[in-house]
Structure formats: structure tokens, C-alpha cells
Design a protein around this ligand. Sequence first.
Ligand code: SAH
Length: 256
Amino acid sequence: MQTNTIGIVSAMAEELAALQAQLEHSHTVTLAGRQFHWGQLGGQSVCLVLCGIGKVAAASTATLLLGHFGVAGIVFTGVAGGLAEQVNIGDVVVANALLQHDMNAEPLFPRWEIPLTGIGRFVADAHWHQALWAATTHVLAEQPVRTLAGRSLSARAYAGLVISGDQFVASAHASSALRCDLPDALAVEMEGAALAQVCHDWGKPCAVLRTISDRADDDAAVDFPLFLREVAAVYARDIVLRFLWREAPKLVGNQG
Ligand code: SAH
């Protein structure tokens, strides 16, 4: 099956809720324990699905979207821990490359390389990345300040390396070790690089958008649920909608 539908994936319900609330003409298909919500959003045909947390959950979901349902490409929207010094809670990171920080088959293969592929960093599809970046910078220019727990946050947008692993990074020690090993990593999360690997296997584009919920440090477990409760889904909704309205037609044609 080939469609022009765009898969939109999040790990947790809070991350997808605001988009799901706007889905029109929807119907739901349940497969492999996941609910695939088909419908129209921002003038495009989309399929919204929660993958669950972690790399296997993301890979399994991406495989179903691409192999079973034949979507044209996948956008991941969710939260992440900020790693680079300048990346703060409330900022938005669009991945231009993704790496699995817990992959290590040394000394047989170089650190972080996916064995037998020769690839450590999955480079995001240039057109999809550029489109998501354009939507992000547009929305942040329109709404530069957000409020979280009574604090005003001026959100900035960053494009760069996002790293993934099956670990919630929640200590200064763990985050500084990652910063030391991978100094150009902007943010850490648990799904993006797995999704990127599956999309690479299928020769399909993906793009990953992450709002920063915590700093992956000793306060992460406190900051993370607060951010999820107060802003997570609403925050990225405008960017994804802008992407679907204004950018996606250039990528897959207009399905509205
Ligand atoms: N269910 C638990 C744990 C969530 S895991 C809870 O609700 O408390 C964190 C999720 O957010 C993952 O999907 C991951 O991609 C992202 N994330 C946010 N901050 C992260 C961090 N500091 N380290 C790793 N993943 C993080």
C-alpha cells in the first residue's frame, strides 16, 4: 500500500493529546497493542499513534506505519532532556541527525555504530528537516514567550544532534558523561534514533521535534512531569499544525 499519509508519533499520551483533539474525520485501527488514529489534520491525511517509551517501542511502531500502513514519512513530536549548555527547558530542538548513545559493540565496531551498517549518526531527511525547522522558527517568532509554573520562558529553536537510549537521564553525572562523549548533542531522549534507523531501512523520511522538558540532571524527575502536565502537548501542537498546513504539501502533496 502507498499513501501520502504522514505518520505522527509520540511516546506518551500527554505529548499527542493536543493534536489528537483536533483530528477530523477520524477512525481508529488497533494493531500490535497500538491505536492508529487516522484522519485529517491541518489539511493533510495523517495517522497519529502513541509508540510507548523506548527504542524498541519506537522501532516497532515505525515498522507498522511504514511496512503495514505505507505512510509517506514520519514526524515524531515529544519532549527531551536538554544536554548542551545553551538548551534550556522550554526550548525546541529539531534533529538534523540522530544517534543511539547506548549502542556500543566495541571493539568489534566503532562506538555508537549500528553493527554491520557502517552508520552511527542517522542524518535527517533534508527536506523534511528543513520543513519542520521552518515551521518551528515561524511559530517561535510569533510566540516567543511561554509560561511554566508562573515563570516566563523565552523559547529558542535549535537544530542539531539528538541522542536516544533506553535510559531516562536524570543525574548531573549521567548528563555530563554524555556531554563529554558527544559534545555536539543538543538533547537526549528515548525514541528518535530508533525511529530514524527504521526510516532509513525503509528509505522513508522522518523528522524529529523535541521540546525540552528537563535538563537531564538531578532535577529532571521533578521538572519532567510538571512540564508534561502544564505544556508538553500544547507546546508542539502549533508547530506540527504549521508543518502540516504550510510545509507538508510541498513534501507529499495536499490531501485536504
Ligand atoms: N513514564 C515515566 C517516564 C517517562 S520517560 C514518567 O512519566 O515519569 C521520558 C520520556 O520523555 C521518554 O519518552 C523520552 O523520550 C523523553 N525524555 C524527556 N526527558 C528525558 C531525559 N532526561 N532522558 C531521557 N528521555 C527523556
